[in-house]
Design a protein around this ligand. Structure first.
Ligand SMILES: [Zn+2]
Length: 145
């Protein structure tokens, strides 16, 4: 049997919440600064934007978003929006990452101001609330709602 070289990287962050042998998802190139998914995203400039409590009981769940601020061209700040994935969505893509127990789809939008990013998120939540109302009213009338 051939000698298989398997490289196992572990998160090198001190006090990683996952414990000392948490597998690293993000491998440092020139250093051994390897990070598991949680530690990596903890070090980015991110904000988790969760839906308000009043709507979390809805049948079609409003999703959580991560707002990441990224510097572009050494001056202009842009915001990437990452979206929580729904249970039934296929997750076999390299655009998916995990953070604090939830799976997110990477960069569903790129927006140039935080205000506009928050507006977008709020409009998606409003869309979800309308969908729930429609779902209640029209149940059984159409195949897909
Ligand atoms: Zn870690």
């Amino acid at each position: 049997m051939a000698n298989e070289l398997t490289l196992e990287f572990v998160c090198t962050k001190e006090n990683c919440e996952g414990g000392p042998n948490t597998p690293a998802r993000y491998i440092g190139i020139a250093s051994d600064e390897n990070r598991c998914s949680d530690c990596f995203w903890d070090e980015q400039d991110i904000e988790v934007v969760s839906p308000p409590m009043e709507v979390t009981h809805l049948e079609i769940k409003p999703l959580t978003y991560i707002l990441e601020s990224v510097w572009k061209d050494e001056e202009k700040e842009v915001f990437y929006i990452h979206r929580e994935m729904e249970e039934e969505e296929p997750k076999d893509t390299d655009k998916v990452f995990k953070y604090k127990g939830k799976t997110y789809l990477y960069k569903v939008a790129k927006i140039t101001s935080k205000e506009a990013a928050m507006k977008a998120i709020h409009s998606w939540w409003r869309g979800c609330i309308s969908l729930n109302q429609l779902n209640k009213k029209e149940k059984g009338r159409y195949e897909y709602i």
